[in-house]
Design a protein. Structure first.
Length: 373
């Protein structure tokens, strides 16, 4: 089968959709399918990996107002049309991006089946009230218009699926297919592995280590991490990622900032950490939560993030009613069983049983084959 995946960015640009696209593209090719992953050419790279197609685009919205919304050129649209003529099935990710809108149009004209994967919903994403209003209006107009033309939708978040399903009557029942984890890389780390990881990373053996992994954004809850670090100078806070907020400017001795890491490097940080804190809003079910838990690391998340998965509540630390420094701090000080080292192996077992990229790819291929018949 010829599979075309369409996203707004692709690696080396870092984000959940990009990691999803990379994982699926790699597994489709391993399974013997012809897979092409098409996105904007941002950031520019000299030699894309096999099967990566990059089309001309402008990052003006991000450069000016911090909105990750590449603007595609007419030449990009034409290249997308040509690749849709080539494929047996097309899978755009998220409804608002130009590539998804164009893919829907060209697939309909060419009579090609389309599976739309929806990651996010109309939850507050930006600090600016103006940008929040624009985002909300976009989902209620363009987003719903796209979904009402889609035959098959896939959701990575149960909460997002509930919102769209209440407003759209799909010809085929929408599917919930969560993201996965590469379990050949991310795995359980016992006490010896955790100690060795801390030694490799230069982290203290006798202090609690709190991890944050993701873009440094307001909606990701980075200001909450800052407040926690100021309140608890004895805990080491390790922040991994990049973005418009620069935690180095906090000038806190208990804060360590690291750039985006390769996956095996992330595994070491998950092993070394005592807990992952992700007080984010406005997104689906982040990959870093799954990766951390597969490594045995407990995760403190927002009610929104938990609602995206919405099962196995006993395996999550949920900062209720909202993820503030107070609610997250209370969980860190609670002595909950999930924070005990003895529980880490059980956290790993739960996560491995539910999140695996190989199974996710099989689920997509089965669904695509049904549509392509």
């Amino acid at each position: 089968m010829r599979i075309l995946t369409v996203t707004h960015y692709q690696l080396p640009h870092w984000g959940g959709i990009e990691m999803t696209g990379a994982a699926l593209h790699e597994r489709y090719r391993r399974m013997g399918h012809e897979s092409v992953w098409l996105s904007s050419d941002l950031p520019r790279v000299a030699e894309p990996p096999p099967g990566y197609v990059r089309v001309p685009a402008s990052d003006l919205p991000f450069d000016t107002v911090g909105v990750a919304y590449p603007l595609w050129s007419p030449r990009a649209a034409e290249r997308l049309r040509q690749w849709i003529e080539w494929c047996d099935v097309v899978n755009p990710h998220d409804c608002l991006y130009p590539g998804s809108v164009l893919a829907l149009r060209y697939a309909a004209r060419a009579g090609k089946p389309l599976v739309l994967t929806q990651h996010a919903g109309p939850w507050p994403f930006y600090q600016s009230s103006i940008l929040r209003a624009v985002q909300l209006a976009a989902y209620h107009t363009l987003g719903l218009a796209v979904h009402r033309r889609v035959v098959q939708a896939v959701f990575i978040s149960r909460a997002v699926q509930t919102w769209f399903s209440a407003r759209v009557r799909y010809p085929r029942p929408p599917r919930f297919i969560t993201n996965g984890v590469d379990t050949s890389v991310f795995s359980y780390g016992d006490a010896a592995a955790r100690r060795a990881a801390r030694e490799r990373l230069g982290l203290p053996l006798d202090r609690r280590v709190v991890l944050y992994v993701g873009r440094f954004l307001f909606m990701k809850g980075v200001p909450v991490i800052e407040a926690l670090a100021r309140r608890d100078p004895q805990t080491v806070f390790v922040l991994i990622g990049a973005g418009p907020i620069d935690p180095r400017q906090w000038h806190l001795p208990n804060v360590i900032v690291q750039p985006v890491q390769p996956q095996d490097g992330l595994r070491d940080y998950y092993w070394a950490g005592d807990v992952l804190v992700l007080p984010s809003t406005g997104e689906g079910f982040p990959l870093v939560v799954m990766e951390a838990m597969v490594c045995g690391t407990p995760a403190i998340v927002s009610p929104e993030t938990y609602a995206a998965w919405n099962e196995g509540r006993e395996w999550f630390l949920v900062a209720e009613p909202v993820p503030t420094a107070e609610s997250v701090g209370a969980l860190l000080a609670s002595g909950d069983r999930l924070l005990e080292p003895a529980t880490r192996e059980a956290i790993n077992a739960y996560a491995r049983a539910h999140w695996d990229w190989d199974q996710v790819a099989c689920d997509y291929v089965k669904l695509m084959a049904e549509l392509a018949d």
